[in-house]
Design a binder for this molecule. Structure first.
Ligand SMILES: *[C@@H]1O[C@H](CO)[C@@H](O)[C@H](O)[C@H]1NC(C)=O
Ligand SMILES: *[C@@H]1O[C@H](CO)[C@@H](O)[C@H](O)[C@H]1NC(C)=O
Ligand SMILES: *[C@@H]1O[C@H](CO)[C@@H](O)[C@H](O)[C@H]1NC(C)=O
Length: 377
């Protein structure tokens, strides 16, 4: 029993990882030749959710967003299995990403803004729903979450009741995190194991809210996330007013797509494809891959085998978010940070910082756990 349950879980976990990666493509560029990915390219891309939905983002299965005027897009968690998540259609190859956001309340509720590559390089912001004083930053290289020395904690007052400007500036030399214009962290290329673990593949912008305080979650994860989630305190709402993206295009301009030149996972190997040209030496019968075709959705030839497809967890109807109208109440309904520090339910504050770092999970890992949980329920 135990072993069959374990293997079912392992299969589900693998499938969930696929499902996460699949928001754009199932292709893992360090394992096989992958299609080129579309680039944000020139200019500042301003996604203004105070004006409603944006076609720059794709909603994950089961995700329903609502829009609340000047508060912008609303990500709602009201019950077990909710995990509203969106991903940008396009990728940046170094660049800046600014979000003006108000995180969700709630023990065990994690609000995440993540730059994530198809090879699972990752640059994160994460807010724990009952940590009223801090935001966490993190980074991952090629999905490796086996060490726990990358996380950071940064002061920000009441992120669950105030909108703040959280900006990531990412170049080949550094990642800098800013809160309201003040730099709170810098990761230098050289400081990431000599660059080996520095995030350096084209990234999508992924935004999501997760339940890490699930009954079945590992203890460490629950502790990291501020305890078990009490849904009676919900719904738990995260808001996004704007997202602004600048794609540094690996120092070039006019990027239409990014081409994985080899399977090294290094930034040097990524090639910038521009209008009407292909720098990609990827061999094909016609010699090169045209960026125009490659910048569209991945073709079925890049899709996983049918057996992998059948492993994808299908969100049950109960996971598809709340019906419209349930979000009319712009109050979060959750316990309010008082600003006096008197809130008793604040494990995020009392836990030693190392506990959080030790238990932090990558966006992919967290998403996988969420899907796994909904499967086993
Ligand atoms: C947000 O912060 C970034 C980084 O400091 C800054 O460049 C940008 O102008 C800020 N945005 C707003 C709307 O203040
Ligand atoms: C939402 O709230 C507003 C103002 O409180 C009210 O006028 C409106 O009827 C409500 N809508 C729904 C669907 O409950
Ligand atoms: C909105 O939510 C708050 C907090 O749960 C609650 O006190 C209030 O009654 C709700 N308002 C409406 C109109 O449902």
């Amino acid at each position: 029993m135990v072993s069959s349950k374990f293997s079912a879980a392992a299969v589900a976990l693998a499938a969930a990882r696929l499902a996460v990666a699949q928001t754009h493509t199932l292709c893992s560029p360090m394992k096989k030749d992958c299609p080129d990915v579309p680039a944000f390219g020139n200019g500042e891309h301003v996604i203004d959710f105070t004006k409603g939905s944006s076609d720059e983002f794709v909603l994950a299965a089961g995700t329903t967003l609502t829009y609340d005027g000047p508060k912008g897009a609303v990500f709602t968690i009201s019950k077990e299995g909710n995990a509203p998540t969106i991903s940008s259609n396009k990728f940046l190859m170094f660049g800046s990403v600014e979000v003006i956001t108000q995180a969700a309340f709630g023990a065990g509720i994690v609000t995440s803004v993540v730059l994530q590559a198809d090879d699972l390089d990752e640059i994160d912001w994460e807010w724990i729903g009952n940590d009223y004083k801090q935001v966490q930053t993190n980074y991952f290289s090629k999905g490796d979450d086996s060490t726990f020395d990358r996380g950071g904690y940064h002061n920000v007052a009441n992120p669950q009741t105030t909108f703040n400007n959280y900006t990531i500036d990412w170049t080949k030399d550094y990642v800098r995190w800013y809160i309201n214009g003040a730099q709170v962290r810098e990761l230098k290329y050289a400081d990431a194991k000599g660059g080996k673990t520095f995030p350096q593949s084209p990234c999508q912008v992924k935004i999501g809210t997760w339940i890490a305080g699930r009954k079945d979650a590992p203890k460490g994860t629950v502790e990291w996330a501020g305890g078990y989630t009490d849904f009676a305190q919900g719904p738990f709402l995260a808001y996004y007013q704007t997202v602004k993206v600048r794609d540094y295009q690996k120092g070039e301009s006019g990027a239409k797509a990014y081409h994985y030149g080899d399977r090294s996972g290094t930034w040097e190997s990524v090639q910038v494809l521009k209008d009407g040209s292909s720098t990609g030496p990827k061999p094909s019968s016609s010699g090169t891959v045209a960026p125009s075709s490659s910048s569209s959705a991945p073709t079925s030839s890049d899709a996983p085998t049918s057996s992998a497809t059948t492993l994808q967890p299908t969100p049950s109807p109960s996971n598809t978010g709340v019906p419209g109208g349930a979000n009319n109440n712009t109050s979060t309904g959750g316990p309010r940070p008082t600003g006096t520090g008197a809130n008793p339910a604040n494990p995020g504050q009392s836990a030693p910082p190392s506990a959080g770092v030790r238990s932090a999970v990558s966006f992919a890992g967290l998403a996988a756990a969420v899907f796994l949980s909904s499967l086993l329920l």
